[in-house]
Design a protein around this ligand. Structure first.
Ligand SMILES: N[C@@H](CCC(=O)N[C@@H](CS)C(=O)NCC(=O)O)C(=O)O
Length: 254
């Protein structure tokens, strides 16, 4: 039996990595079931979830593959590549495999997933979640994130196009959006990157970004960025479970 129809279950949390997938699904107009994974309660480390993503991190996804059997997907970049390869047959948010633009889109997708995501994630960690202020860690990761933002800003400003590749919103743009929209959380001032800021706002005006960013919970980064007390409360709550999760992970490796 073969299946061309989607049967998508998305396991996610409302984070920059999680909303990459809900926004992609909304852009493609695909139906999907959402399973909220509470990372503050370590649900991502439960056996049922590790069957889908052995790395114990969101986002993860299952679908019925073309052979009619279930397929699991993990790593946000891999999930996005799967979704466009299988369902974006009109190249609404991608380019034909083998084309020049396809490889340029892949360049920026990997730039996000191996560069901006990990560096900004560590900047978040040292700026918001570390139990003590470690100047070296804060500087190292904020500076590296700023450097990467500078690369993006220059690219947007030099190309004079609306999106990262070929003047079309693709998975490369979608992958970056949630991170750039949360720059302040890592201590990065987006005003210093005007072309990138304009791109971030252009992306937000897209109906699929507006819909997908609120999965599975409301995206509150814009509001949070204007409220210092709420920021501190949010950081304190997150710090607690991030530290507990790290302790559990370390104990398991002993
Ligand atoms: N490289 C992974 C990163 C995934 C990731 O770090 N997810 C975070 C949330 S944004 C997570 O699940 N954290 C829970 C944990 O660290 O246990 C991807 O792109 O999918």
């Amino acid at each position: 039996m073969s299946s061309d129809k989607s049967n998508i279950d998305l396991y996610t949390t409302q984070t920059p990595n999680g909303i990459k997938i809900s926004i992609t699904l909304e852009e493609l107009g695909l139906p999907y079931n959402v399973h909220k994974i509470d990372i503050s309660k370590n649900t991502q480390k439960e056996p049922f979830f590790l069957e889908i993503n052995p790395n114990g991190r969101i986002p993860a996804m299952t679908d019925t593959f073309t052979d009619g059997k279930p397929i699991r997907l993990f790593e946000s970049g891999s999930i996005m590549q799967y979704l466009v390869a299988r369902y974006d047959t009109d190249y609404k948010i991608s380019f034909p495999p083998g084309s020049r633009e396809f490889y340029e889109m892949t360049n920026w997708l990997f730039f996000m997933n191996a560069g901006v995501g990990p560096m900004q994630g560590q900047a978040n960690h040292f700026t918001r979640y570390a139990p003590e202020h470690i100047e070296y860690g804060v500087n190292r990761y904020q500076n590296e994130t700023r450097r990467l933002y500078g690369v993006l800003d220059k690219h947007m400003s030099d190309s004079k196009q609306d999106y990262l590749v070929g003047n079309k919103c693709t998975i490369a743009d979608i992958a970056h959006w949630g991170w750039v929209a949360a720059a302040f959380w890592a201590g990065i001032d987006i005003e210093k990157f005007p072309a990138l800021k304009a791109w971030e706002e252009r992306m937000l005006a897209r109906p699929a970004v507006e819909k997908g960013r609120h999965v599975p919970d409301p995206h509150r980064m814009k509001e949070l960025s204007k409220d210092k007390e709420a920021m501190e409360r949010h950081a304190a709550q997150s710090r607690q479970w991030v530290q507990e999760g790290m302790k559990k992970d370390a104990e398991q490796q002993k």
